[in-house]
Write a protein that binds this ligand. Structure first.
Ligand SMILES: O=C(O)CCC(=O)C(=O)O
Length: 307
């Protein structure tokens, strides 16, 4: 085998199934329900796929509302990591039907590491998660968005650009940041316009995710998405976002990294309340002492009961 062919084969083995180029061959051999295979195909094609478990999640949606309502009383617009105090969020995050679909689509075991709750539309600028959470090998990260109520058009639905996950990953350096690092100013001034230019040049058009309560949208790490404008500022759009990584990867934050320094992460594992050590081909890689200390303090001070 030539080294070029060997290199391509190694990349295919280490890439998520949805990116590997031979998804159909892999699915043909996989012992998985047809609905899970259809999910993997949708995610590979569009960069976003829907999970519809019928009425299964409706009770959990209500429980998540109840368990997180107090966070929004003081006017908070988004709540980070409410999973540490909400059993209902942990139940959704570790739902076997979600984990099984992600495991099939990526070919590795997923684990949820972060949650965000929204009471209203986020109106977040268009971005790809590859700037916020990245992995080596690339692509092993995804977002999971659960509608806690029916999404109405005036409430600022999630917006996404089908097919944009296939565009080159846009880094801060490519967006024009000198040392590749990020500040609040250059994120808004450089990254925002650069990703819109990239989408425009590729001729990609936005779609709104009009989900019903209990439906889930899963997006690939490099899918361009955000929150569309709220046409009715009084409307609610209660939703839960979960971010997943996959086993045996190096996890890092590109927007805090520079050309010379990779800002590695020690992500939490919502299933255990502990953390997942970054690995390359099964072997642990180093994380900065500061990250480790922060993870230990977090673990000790915010105990999460197992269930
Ligand atoms: O829910 C939304 O409006 C957008 C959420 C989002 O962009 C994200 O969590 O990355």
């Amino acid at each position: 085998m030539s080294s070029r062919v060997a290199g391509a084969a190694a990349q295919a083995v280490s890439a998520p199934w949805i990116d590997a180029g031979d998804l159909e061959d892999r699915l043909a051999l996989a012992d998985a329900p047809e609905a899970h295979k259809a999910f993997a195909r949708d995610l590979a094609r569009d960069g976003l796929a829907i999970i519809d478990l019928g009425d299964d999640l409706l009770d959990l949606c209500d429980r998540i509302d109840t368990e997180t309502a107090h966070h929004f009383e003081s006017g908070a617009t988004r709540v980070h990591d409410a999973w540490r105090r909400s059993e209902a969020i942990r139940r959704v995050a570790t739902h076997p039907e979600i984990l099984a679909r992600l495991a099939l689509a990526y070919g590795r075991e997923p684990f949820p590491f972060q949650s965000l709750n929204f009471h209203r539309g986020s109106q977040q600028d268009i971005h790809a998660d590859t700037l916020h959470f990245h992995a080596e090998p690339g692509g092993f990260m995804c977002g999971v968005w659960l509608a806690l109520e029916d999404v109405r058009p005036e409430a600022g639905p999630l917006v996404y650009y089908p097919g944009s996950h296939r565009l080159p990953v846009l880094t801060m350096a490519e967006a024009g940041a000198e040392d590749g690092g990020t500040t609040a100013a250059n994120y808004n001034d450089l990254y925002g316009p650069a990703i819109l230019r990239q989408l425009d040049e590729a001729g990609l058009k936005p779609n709104l995710a009009m989900l019903r309560k209990g439906q889930i949208a899963v997006w690939a790490a490099n899918l361009a998405h955000g929150g569309s404008k709220m046409l009715d500022p009084g409307s609610t759009r209660r939703s839960l976002v979960l971010h997943y990584y996959f086993e045996d990867c190096v996890y890092y934050t590109p927007m805090l990294s520079t050309k010379d320094r990779q800002a590695r992460r020690l992500p939490a594992d919502i299933a255990t309340g502990g953390w997942r050590w970054p690995r390359r081909a099964g072997r642990r890689v180093a994380v900065p002492a500061k990250q480790l200390a922060a993870a230990i303090v977090y673990r000790l001070t915010r105990h999460t009961p197992r269930f």
